[in-house]
Design a protein around this ligand. Structure first.
Ligand SMILES: [Zn+2]
Ligand SMILES: [Zn+2]
Length: 450
């Protein structure tokens, strides 16, 4: 029995495109007590592989945490594979609003010690003895109660751009650090206050609520499905949002606007801004908030030091990077002395500016038409080879190239070649080449922007 992937990501992307079927991206988690996580893992792999399910899944004694992509037509069959297990009967599957057929290109199920790295000694308490789940309206109601203490269980850089009114936002870089801090702060309120907690998708609170109940808190509540599900419910039921600002998410968007309030500042100039970015120096990659002006002036870097490094020849940059533990820096998540306006400690929900409702939605609204796909990229000469499958392409056209690794990149065509001949316009069936400053990958789509 084959229990592991055999296809590469590129081969998989091609298969998905050829199949031409719609896929759903979804996530779920469940806590339980498993006696044999390895067997559970293998059983899931066999069942899901047969359904062409893909994703990144963690399995542990304490349960399962899954982010997946499923062919839409197999959705019910997939649900049945979960219903087999008592602890997943009637489980809520969070289906992503935006469709992306390439959200996952492998089925990877890993057995881990934990499904969330929380640093807790779980032997001492029952992770399934969780707090009471609240829906969006119930959560709003409880926020109004003066007897309520609301705690944000996400990391500080996430709370910085958006959080619930009046929430305690611990200055931590990970979940592990926040639990003892909160326990200490709320020592005197265990008996009579409502402890209300929330996080991005609910999984961290689920464990935290069990932990705090074990610590002696009597009234423990959590936002069911986290901010993601809250957002869905307030939109559907037209409820007022008590979450102010942006919800930080870990995909290429780095944030989903919930209200148009901007409550954070550019870390470099202090101007109201809530756009996270990663430093363009690959040896740094620091996550921080940067406004468009600073982005232009600093060329998307976090400091003059990083700016200078990005101006060195690539070989020199590689030499400097050698032996450097970049991983540490990547996860510093915005902690750097170079950032003058980085906020730490308590955060307010004071609105510093209003966002123009453009960013994400406008991107989707760009009128474009599919013209072809990438066939090859010649790394040395920086030349891309494309196949025109629809319409035509001319010099002067603006195109968007999009793919799971490439992301979304725009450029204007300045010259076109078909069979080594320079042409003004290429037509369906033509195999074209042109110089392209960034790397593109097999099966990336090319759209003409209209
Ligand atoms: Zn700025
Ligand atoms: Zn940097």
């Amino acid at each position: 029995m084959q229990l592991y992937n055999t296809l590469s990501a590129e081969e998989r992307a091609q298969l998905i495109d050829e199949a031409g079927k719609e896929r759903l991206t979804l996530s779920f988690y469940a806590y339980t007590n498993l006696s044999d996580p390895q067997k559970f893992r293998d059983d899931l792999f066999i069942a899901w592989n047969a359904l062409d399910a893909l994703g990144r899944i963690y399995v542990a004694k304490e349960g399962i945490n899954a982010q997946m992509s499923i062919p839409a037509e197999n959705f019910e069959a997939f649900r049945e594979t979960l219903e087999v297990y008592d602890f997943m009967k009637g489980i809520r599957l969070n289906v992503a609003v935006e469709h992306d057929n390439h959200s996952f290109l492998k089925l990877t199920i890993k057995v881990r010690n934990k499904i969330v790295a929380d640093g807790l000694n779980d032997e001492t308490f029952d992770v399934t003895n969780k707090g009471i789940h609240l829906k969006a309206q119930e959560f709003n109601n409880m926020l109004e109660d003066p007897n309520t203490i609301v705690v944000d269980f996400r990391n500080h850089y996430e709370s910085e751009v958006g959080h619930f009114e009046g929430a305690i936002t611990p200055d931590v870089e990970n979940f592990r650090e926040s639990l003892p801090i909160i326990n200490e702060q709320l020592q005197d309120f265990k008996e009579d206050k409502n402890l209300l907690m929330y996080c991005t998708g609910g999984i961290r609170c689920e464990k935290a609520s069990a932990y705090f109940k074990h610590q002696g808190f009597k009234n423990v509540f959590q936002l069911e499905g986290g901010i993601i599900e809250y957002t869905r419910q307030i939109k559907e039921e037209k409820i007022e949002s008590k979450f102010i600002g942006k919800n930080f998410v870990f995909d290429h968007r780095l944030g989903e606007r919930i209200t148009d309030d901007i409550i954070s500042k550019c870390h470099q100039c202090g101007k109201p801004c809530d756009n996270h970015t990663n430093c363009a120096n690959d040896a740094c990659h620091l996550l921080f908030i940067q406004c468009d002006d600073c982005k232009a002036a600093m060329e998307n870097t976090c400091s003059t030091e990083c700016l200078e490094i990005t101006h060195l020849p690539v070989e020199e940059q590689l030499r400097l990077r050698k032996g450097l533990k970049v991983g540490n820096k990547v996860f510093r998540k915005g902690k750097s002395d170079a950032l003058t306006f980085k906020n730490s400690g308590d955060l307010s929900t004071e609105t510093l500016a209003k966002a123009e409702t453009k960013d994400i939605r406008q991107k989707i609204k760009i009128k474009k038409v599919l013209v072809g796909k990438v066939e090859h990229y010649y790394t040395k000469s920086k030349i891309g080879q494309f196949l025109i499958e629809n319409k035509e392409l001319s010099v002067g056209d603006k195109v968007l190239i999009s793919g799971p690794t490439t992301g979304e990149q725009e450029l204007t065509i300045t010259e076109l070649h078909v069979n080594r001949t320079t042409v003004e316009t290429a037509n369906i069936g033509d195999q074209i080449t042109f110089e392209i400053p960034f790397r593109v990958r097999l099966s990336d789509k090319m759209y003409k922007i209209l």
